[in-house]
Design a binder for this molecule. Structure first.
Ligand code: AMP
Length: 287
């Protein structure tokens, strides 16, 4: 596996791969790699095929953190991550330092619109601007044909799809289902910051989603009662940042389940902000 830390070195290699017409499949990450990331890597390898290359980027992007403490405490486990990627048979790891990605105060950014108004966008001002900007930079550096993103961050996935369409990036965006621990907890780099008891309590997110999904299937349509139920199930296990049900297309909050909707929530457990989501089907539109 090639480990590249310089932007210019990576860009040269990416352009060479492009000229050789080798398929480039990219998995952007912030490290702290877990089975969820590795599932994306395996899917990327399938999509790349024998002659293609998989590039995994590892970069903790400072401009998407609106809380300094969260940035400071974000897991940084580069050597361990590289070991995992080597074992997985990844071709290239791109791990630039902060100065390499942002050598000077940048004056240009990708502005995101309507899709970033709700959910994490409302709870974390500036977050998706930071995400879209770094992903656009990574796309210019890595020149992928395909890029993979997880549905665990489904608002991020929607924002990136929109950016790619709006700014004409010639890149196919592929979503990957959320990978969970056996108890249901969505895998996340932030889970490392939880105590064993916290990990058990953090199951309340997926349990609340599962119960609301069951209620939706059994005919409950008012999202207010679903949100109330979810809040009740989370109870003392964590502090709710938001619980919302949105239309999957535009991410606007909805009052009644109609068409394709998704419940999304963010909950602090032991001070660690965790997110999760799942589709909610109305009885006429089971998914
Ligand atoms: P992160 O390192 O948290 O920024 O995540 C890098 C990519 O992996 C993003 O596209 C995430 O949505 C995805 N990802 C993180 N955790 C999971 C998971 N549990 N299941 C599926 N994808 C995930």
């Amino acid at each position: 596996m090639k480990v590249i830390t310089s932007v210019s070195g990576m860009q040269r290699l990416a352009l060479r791969l492009l000229q050789q017409q080798r398929r480039r499949v990219v998995v952007p990450t912030m490290g702290g790699l877990h089975e969820g990331h590795l599932a994306l890597v395996r899917r990327a390898q399938q999509l790349a095929g024998k002659k293609g290359v998989v590039i995994v980027s590892i970069f903790v992007n400072p401009i998407q953190f609106n809380v300094t403490n969260d940035f400071r405490h974000y897991p940084r486990t580069l050597q361990d991550d590289l070991k995992k990627l080597r074992r997985a048979g990844v071709t290239i790891a791109f791990c630039p330092g902060e100065k390499e990605m942002y050598p000077a105060a940048a004056q240009t950014a990708v502005e995101t619109g309507e899709l970033s108004k709700y959910l994490c966008g409302a709870a974390r001002p500036g977050h998706f601007r930071g995400v879209a900007t770094v992903v656009a930079k990574l796309f210019h550096i890595l020149q992928p044909e395909i890029a993979l993103f997880g549905e665990k961050d489904f608002q991020q996935l929607a924002v990136i799809r929109q950016m790619v369409a709006d700014l004409n990036f010639p890149i196919k965006i592929v979503g990957h289902p959320t990978v969970r621990e056996p108890g249901g907890l969505a895998m996340s780099s932030r889970n490392r910051r939880l105590s064993p008891a916290g990990r058990v309590r953090a199951r309340c997110l997926s349990e609340a989603l599962r119960e609301c999904r069951r209620l939706a299937r059994s005919g409950v349509r008012e999202t207010a009662s679903l949100k109330k139920k979810a809040r009740h199930l989370i109870g003392r296990n964590g502090r709710v940042d938001y619980i919302e049900v949105v239309d999957e297309k535009n991410l606007h909050p909805v009052k009644r389940l109609e068409g394709r909707c998704r419940m999304a929530l963010a909950v602090f457990v032991e001070g660690v902000r965790l997110i999760d989501n799942c589709p909610l089907a109305s009885p006429l539109n089971l998914c």
